[in-house]
Design a protein around this ligand. Structure first.
Ligand code: MN
Ligand code: MN
Length: 312
């Protein structure tokens, strides 16, 4: 099946083998412009596990995805070839850093071939090896939606947990902290060193109180200013949203973004030079009625529309 074959999209939603958004399963990168990929891995969590089941449930709920955006009337499937390239295969599942190498190796040929990847996690530790796979010529910009800055140094002897990917990325020269904005940050911590690292390195940290006070349009303007014209990555941790909307996640924090705020925020990020994106931290064992997986699938569609603009 080629990535232009959309016959599966017209099947009844409950039939067929579930790929993301019912796009063709692709084994050849030549057949595709934007790849959808699963990273079923939660070996980096510091609290409740379960994100390893994320890709499978998001694929299932993404059978509800349709093609034409109801606001823009944009159809991402019409302007580019979108394919599901499956899940990262793990060879050394019980070793965190070697699992990250598996992730890096899986994505390296994707980015080397000039394709865009939209990935479903998995816990947030997966973003660091994806950055390694992108191997940008200059450090990337970042729009990061999350309750947590994920710039903590280490936890229980590891520097590669889901609380650390963006600190590691800065240290490796893959991420430009001055072109990074973190949105939705909140929740008490036992140490403030992660927040301090973000602020001291020059990241723009938007705590949820500032988001609420200034409103979504001001934060969109701020994000566009911070990221600028260079290549940037979009990383969306579903715990950035309120657990009322996204209960199925490992580290919930009350008082988060609403779905409508998140949709408005994402739609305001059109035209940024996206290098890739991910939606992470969906933990189906804690999900209620599959709502978090449906949310993640829908946010992936919104992000796909952002990525596909490049091909219009
Ligand atoms: Mn996170
Ligand atoms: Mn988080």
């Amino acid at each position: 099946m080629t990535a232009t074959d959309r016959s599966q999209m017209s099947l009844p939603r409950y039939s067929g083998i579930p790929t993301f958004m019912r796009v063709p399963f692709c084994t050849s990168l030549e057949a595709v412009d934007i790849v959808l990929a699963g990273v079923p891995f939660d070996g980096g969590v510091t609290a409740r596990p379960g994100a390893r089941y994320g890709p499978r449930e998001i694929r299932n709920m993404s059978s509800m995805t349709r093609a034409i955006h109801h606001v823009s009337r944009f159809n991402p499937f019409e302007v580019c070839r979108v394919g599901d390239i499956g899940d990262v295969p793990f060879t050394d599942l019980f070793h965190l850093e070697r699992s990250h190498e598996d992730i890096r190796r899986f994505f390296e040929p994707v980015f080397a071939a000039g394709k865009l990847a939209l990935s479903a996690g998995g816990d947030h530790s997966i973003t660091y090896p994806i950055f390694q796979a992108i191997a940008p010529r200059a450090p990337l910009g970042l729009v990061h939606i999350d309750a947590h800055t994920d710039t903590w140094d280490s936890f229980k002897g590891s520097k590669f947990t889901h609380g650390a990917p963006f600190r590691r990325a800065v240290e490796a020269g893959l991420l430009d902290p001055k072109r990074t904005i973190q949105i939705g940050i909140r929740g008490a911590q036992n140490s403030d060193e992660g927040w301090r690292y973000s602020l001291d390195s020059g990241m723009r940290v938007v705590f949820i109180e500032e988001f609420e006070a200034r409103g979504v349009q001001a934060i969109i303007d701020e994000a566009r200013r911070v990221v600028g014209d260079g290549p940037a990555y979009l990383s969306l941790d579903v715990d950035g949203l309120d657990p009322v909307f996204a209960p199925g996640t490992g580290t919930p924090e009350i008082g988060g973004l609403t779905v409508r705020e998140t949709l408005a925020l994402l739609r305001g990020l059109e035209g940024i030079q996206w290098a890739g994106a991910d939606v992470v931290e969906v933990s189906p064992p804690y999900d209620v009625g599959g709502n978090t997986a449906l949310l993640a699938a829908t946010l992936m569609y919104e992000i796909l529309c952002l990525l596909a603009r490049r091909f219009r």
